[in-house]
Design a binder for this molecule. Sequence first.
Ligand SMILES: Cc1cc2nc3c(=O)[nH]c(=O)nc-3n(C[C@H](O)[C@H](O)[C@H](O)COP(=O)(O)OP(=O)(O)OC[C@H]3O[C@@H](n4cnc5c(N)ncnc54)[C@H](O)[C@@H]3O)c2cc1C
Length: 414
Amino acid sequence: MDFTIPAELTQLLAELDAFIEREIKPLEEQHPEYFDYRREYARTDFEHGGLPRPEWEALLAEARRRADAAGFYRYALPRRLGGRDGTNLGMALIREHLAAKGLGLHNDLQTESSIVGNFPTLLILDRYGTPAQQALIPAMLAGEASVAFGLTEPNHGSDASWLETTAWRDGDDWVIRGRKRFNSGMHRATHDLVFARTAGTAGKAEGITAFLVPRETPGLEVPFYWWTFNMPTDHAEVILNDVRVPKDAVVGEEGRGLELARFFVHENRIRQAASGVGAAQYCIQESVAYARQRVTFGKPLAERQAIQWPLAELQTECELVRTLVYKTAWLLDQQDHLAVSALVSMCNYRANLLACNAADRAMQVHGGLGYTRAKPFEHIYRHHRRYRITEGSEEIQLRNIAGHLFGFIGGQRG
Ligand SMILES: Cc1cc2nc3c(=O)[nH]c(=O)nc-3n(C[C@H](O)[C@H](O)[C@H](O)COP(=O)(O)OP(=O)(O)OC[C@H]3O[C@@H](n4cnc5c(N)ncnc54)[C@H](O)[C@@H]3O)c2cc1C
């Protein structure tokens, strides 16, 4: 077994570092308010639903544009889409590396915007879409179109196969009726990927169909956005009031929509796990550095075992999870994502928890300063706390692992 990181990936990380210093840091330095203690206030339009301020989103878009021009943004995409045929292992290393640098425009936590993109809905269209649906992809890459993901509902989240939104045929059209919750990104989406039951019974994965619904379709309404632990929000409540779409709005096979949802969460789960490892490493490193220079009772904090041991425990967990993330990402490059579903769940479960624990410990080691917004730990904590619920909660990751262990797998998000 050879654990050496491939030379081309080490080289890529060095190129990314140079690019960040050259093109991203100067942009960031022009707008310190988005990254220092004012970050939440500066980013959020509190008077308009708590949505991201347009200027903030424009800055993120500029960072992505520069990264695209430099050849980094599409790393994970196939060459025919302008990408570099990047691997899952490569993406894991990149996401870990970027998160380990701390807060910044290179890898914004709250908006999940990065100079090396993650494109789950784009890849769904590429893999399952019709040629007409795939025609949206260039506009998505140019930032002119975006597709939100509408699976969760008021009465069903983890148990997606129980969803209550229904769709029925009327001539050549489908008519969709229901309600979606936490439908992220609807404020700038041109389309929503809406999951609705078209056949079968509640609790069965079969019979749920995915529809690509243009945002401006009559009957599709966004009454409000949910304000969340980390602001701004873009997590919409969506009402589908007899929304009519043509039959070619179906994405993938009719009745097999949850396959798309599974593909979506697997793309996200491993990337989140890698980011969690990087964020945890950042929190540990910052804590070690602070403990070395902060003196209490006449000695540096670093000399106290009460400070050393929790950080040593975290570093141990970090190494364990990092190794599992690399192995799982590598396996994802060899096999279909469904074959490594349980490992992906293990990575996601432990890495999200690790990031939260490390941010919490960093706050403790930094004392009162750790609790302020002068330090980034509260932001890191609030962001990664989200992943312990979304993309399949901790309990759903464990349920998926148990499902493989005991030989049952239900129609859940696993
Ligand atoms: C910031 C944010 C962004 C989101 N973005 C999107 C999005 O873009 N699109 C989208 O479709 N959804 C999105 N979601 C929704 C998210 O996927 C769901 O919140 C998540 O799947 C959990 O569903 P729920 O909230 O209905 O909780 P529930 O399913 O009601 O679960 C409540 C609690 O019970 C636990 N639980 C559930 N079932 C079991 C069980 N069988 N055994 C043990 N424990 C169980 C859960 O783990 C959880 O802790 C987002 C959510 C948030 C907070």
